[in-house]
Write a protein of this length. Sequence first.
Length: 256
Amino acid sequence: MKPNDVARACRHAQSLNTTMPNRRQKQSKGGQSLRHATVKAKAAQPTTRSKSATQRSKPATTNDTATAVESVVSKPQLFAFGYAFFYQTGVPGACGSQLWEPCQVSVPGTQEIICCGANFTLSLDDEGKVFQWGTDVEVVIRSPRQVVGFRGKVVQIACGKKHSLALTENNSVYSWGAGSHGQLGHGTAETVCINEPKQINCLRDRHRDPPKAIYAGGNTSGIITRNKALLLWGSNLFGQVSQTRSHSRWSCTLCI
């Protein structure tokens, strides 16, 4: 089993595999941080299986072939391990305990991208649907639940400490969660948690140089545009949004 995606946070981990990962694989590939993380592996290649000799020995007719072949395809599965006090693993009944071994998480669809916040997890499936579970600030989601409110298919997701970002196929960027440091990019310090995705207005009119990639740190956010311009916003306590003063940025500002 080789994971092809890893998401890490402070206290939990998750892995998308075709088989149950063992503990040694978790330690070498498990993507763990202080207390949790997430990993993803490719689906197994389709295998073929010939039918029994008695079935092959039947005379071929207009509706039969001399040799029938059956295809078996494995679907990727999501596993979680680590700290589970805030439901961030998505495993039923795991709250308040620590998962020492990977446990399977039930998420609808085929997940392609996974990422972790401090006490929550996001995943993105092959149809552009976003799922969230755990605790960001105020909302407690005990099992994977779809995040709605996007206009268009989501193609990228990112997690900060207590906030989230999503990029859609029409180059729109959405944010939700905690915004006390301006990390949501809506022009103000949000004193109340935003529980539903809200489009970032300062990125709406970038038709000539639209967002290409999104990023989120602890209390900061950023994008890289098609022409490789860097825009950052959020906390600047340690200079992480490239300002000379330690004030936070409330909206998207060109840095490079």
